[in-house]
Ligand binder design. Sequence first.
Ligand code: S3P
Length: 427
Amino acid sequence: MLRIQKVKSIQGTVRVPGDKSISHRAVMFGALAEGTTTISGFLPGADCLSTISCFRRMGIQIEQQDDQVVVHGKGWFGLEEPKEKLDVGNSGTTIRLISGILSTQPFHVVLEGDESIAKRPMRRVVGPLRQMGAKIDGRKNGEFTPLAIRGTELSGIQYDSPVASAQVKSAILLAGLQAKGVTSVNEPHLSRDHTERMLAAFGVQVVRDGLTVSVEGGQRLVGREISVPGDISSAAFLIAAVMMVPGSSLVIENVGMNPTRTGIVDVVRAMGGRIDLVNERVVNEEPVADLHVFHSELTGTVVEGEIIPRLIDEIPVIAVLASQASGTTLIRDAEELKVKETDRIATVVSELSKFGANITPTDDGMIIKGKTSLKAASIDSMGDHRIGMAMAIAGLSAEGVTQIANAEAINVSFPGFAALLDSISSK
Ligand code: S3P
């Protein structure tokens, strides 16, 4: 149980844990590369630890201490058939990307995760991988876990993805690296491109043409050093805290600023919030900056279209911000929220309503009317890390003591969240 109280102000200079998407990929690509990969700034959250444990079970030696990781890669075909099922825990990125990798391996694997993973759609990756020749089965004809994969020789495809999903794009591209010919993926909007950037850093040739990205089969990865920047999706909760609490300002150092992830900065600025970028640089193909964030009075906005994949994980906390902005905020084109760790349209609406916010669900998003004064509530994270954190931020400006049940889910992406928040709050 996490308890959150109204605070007087938020001040300080902090760093947030490493980027989740980049940490997963660093471990996966390190395992498939020839030679050693050294990772600093790794996110030691439950999801990325699931990725490490899956590769250890396939015979890859990985040393991990806090945010330092050394992966002893054995080359693409150096993985061994695991003796037991691979457990992906709560991690959608692990199961979907690994499915692409395992489709090329000459062995059999069963993949399984927690209750939330068991409800998440897998055919979005299983379908295209089957088109490439992969042998994958699962409940409801491959829609749900457990998934059973027997790797085989694949052929490249040109895939037109109906969704802007980096997990789908990455699974297909990874399978494509060992398929015959060229594999390309086209998406309706650009989703996060960490796979493309990091594959290039590992020595792979990746070709981008607008919304289409292609790789040729038969390429090798070479181990290297990777420095993971702070996760903008975690920084988003602190940005929101500053915007919620009058008189606050905060420096968040070393945050990943990949343009496919910075929708939150664009939306906060569109609402009237001040975020200055300082010390902008590029590390391992990824843009990074320090963020100087200042409390600002916000007004409602419309969030729709191509920006949605650039802030999909930040929508729960954007809804919280919208409850404290004057006017109406509309969130549209975000039906993907329904297939995240929880149905985030339903869970954001149910939990934020408990604080007294004026929020209505729609088919593809939500409508929030501000500004309402929030009252402390008894919240359930429903096992969803981002719901737990978004509601903790709402609690910072609510009268009374907010209680968040199942708050341990926060460790999935932001270990130390409550302590960090406490360290920058004056009560
Ligand atoms: C991720 C992609 C996104 C995002 C998830 C991480 C990734 O999911 O929501 O938290 O690391 O590729 P989709 O690809 O399903 O949109």
